[in-house]
Design a protein around this ligand. Structure first.
Ligand SMILES: NC(=O)C1=CN([C@@H]2O[C@H](COP(=O)(O)OP(=O)(O)OC[C@H]3O[C@@H](n4cnc5c(N)ncnc54)[C@H](O)[C@@H]3O)[C@@H](O)[C@H]2O)C=CC1
Ligand SMILES: O=C(O)C(=O)COP(=O)(O)O
Length: 409
């Protein structure tokens, strides 16, 4: 089953933020040729205009898909986040509109972990400052505040896919790893979970943040947390810019409490490479500032392009919502020769009964059916005899609570 009710050449993909060529190749190989490709994110007004006739949209971390944007996106079926974070998408609004959201939860994790380890080594040796001084014609040959990474304590906050990889790499370099996470996690290697954040901060030479952007992690690292850190320790943040209070960090650098910092993500980031980057951290030579490139490697981007494009193709061709971040997960095996109806509805009592009544009252045989619900929506995939699919489609459109309905051949 890979024929869509709308001719594939009419199904429009809007790909933003320069997603990798592998995404385009995957879509084209699957027969989807109506692709608009842009290298940057779009301001809200332009985005609302462009998204109007898109059936699928592909974004990275920069594009804000707000409720207002979803209101304009009348034809939108699914969103592909070609990254890990989905905080830039109003997932509640997406779900209510029957729009499925996918991401790539693993493909760039190694890239972030490698960057973090490299930065930790650089900062413990004072390289950013020494490098800056050399560039200005100076010479800072000194061993003061210069340390090996071996034997140092690393404190990881958020021991998920990235945090756990940082843990393994750090141990291979001889570091002692401790981590703090809100849920109990299996420590890899010899790592130790610490239940109290302040305790972790007080014992770590290097602290690295790997939490998602949520209401709980917003500003979770402020003055109190800097105060709780060891003297002359280091903070790394390659998670989200909302997690760290940048003014408090600037203060900790100015007072020399910290030996240095590496920040990849900022509360406000330029929309594209042509815009100015503004931050109070610019004045500190011992701050490694990178333009949100933790996951920006060729390897990661190619894998993400393939992974997310495949998920979009699968959802378009077969209705499979497995690994979606906001939708009930459904994958019905194909029944050759049958037609497939995808019905998304509000999760209110009685909808499935009404759906099944349509079939019994009209003598339409169901060949396969799979329903899953979450707190907002129900998603049911039904395979029916080809001759009856048009009738079923028309009747199901009238079912109370219907949000969206689609047919595949
Ligand atoms: N700089 C970059 O280019 C990139 C940044 N990221 C960011 O890194 C984040 C983490 O990525 P993954 O490790 O793949 O996510 P993950 O979901 O696998 O792990 C996150 C961990 O943080 C924990 N956590 C959640 N709230 C917490 C809290 N308040 N305190 C302590 N722990 C908490 C979770 O329990 C989980 O173990 C992503 O959400 C994304 O925002 C991801 C990829 C690239
Ligand atoms: O994967 C993530 O969550 C990231 O932060 C990477 O974002 P990007 O694709 O580089 O805009």
């Amino acid at each position: 089953m890979s024929k869509t009710s709308l001719d594939k050449s009419k199904i429009k993909f809007l790909l933003l933020e320069g997603v990798h060529q592998s995404a385009l190749d995957t879509l084209q190989q699957a027969g989807y040729t109506n692709i608009e490709y842009l290298k940057t994110a779009l301001p809200q007004d332009e985005l609302k205009e462009k998204i109007k006739d898109a059936h699928f949209v592909g974004i990275r971390s920069r594009t804000q898909l707000t409720r207002e944007v979803f209101e304009s996106a009348e034809k939108l079926i699914a969103v592909g986040c070609f990254c890990i974070g989905t905080n830039q998408v109003d997932l509640t609004a997406a779900t209510e509109k029957g729009v499925v959201v996918f991401n790539a939860p693993f493909s760039n994790t190694r890239s972030v972990a490698e960057l973090v380890i490299a930065e930790a080594i650089m900062l413990l040796r004072g390289i950013p400052e020494k490098n800056a001084v050399c560039h200005r014609g100076g010479w800072l040959k000194s061993a003061v505040d210069s340390f090996e990474i071996r034997g140092k304590n690393l404190g990881i906050i958020g021991y998920g896919s990235i945090g756990a990889q940082v843990s393994v790499l750090a141990e291979s370099l001889g570091m002692k790893v401790f981590f703090y996470d809100t849920i109990t996690k299996l420590p890899l290697g010899n790592a130790t979970q610490i239940r109290d954040l302040n305790e972790l901060l007080g014992m770590s030479d290097i602290v690295t943040l790997h939490v998602p952007e949520t209401p709980e992690t917003k500003d979770m690292f402020g003055k109190a947390e800097f105060d709780a850190m060891k003297e002359k320790s280091i903070l790394l943040n390659a998670s989200r810019g909302t997690v760290v209070d940048i003014d408090a960090l600037a203060e900790a650098l100015a007072s020399k409490k910290l030996l240095g910092t590496a920040i990849d993500v900022f509360p406000v980031e330029p929309r594209g490479n042509a815009d100015e980057f503004v931050s109070p951290l610019r004045e500190f030579d011992n701050a490694i500032l990178t333009p949100h490139i933790g996951g920006s490697t060729q390897e990661a981007q190619e894998n993400i392009g393939l992974e997310v494009a495949e998920k979009l193709v699968k959802y378009s061709d077969t209705g499979t919502s497995i690994s979606s971040v906001n939708f009930p997960e459904v994958a019905l095996p194909s029944h050759p020769g049958q037609h497939r109806i995808l019905h998304i509805h509000q999760n209110i009592p009685g909808v499935l009964t009404e759906i099944n009544t349509v079939f019994s009252e009209n003598n339409i045989n169901i060949c396969g059916q799979y329903l899953q619900t979450n707190e907002k929506v129900g998603y049911v995939v039904i395979d029916v005899e080809a001759d009856f699919s048009q009738l079923a489609l028309e009747k199901l459109q009238q079912v109370n609570g219907t949000i969206r309905i689609r047919r595949l051949f």
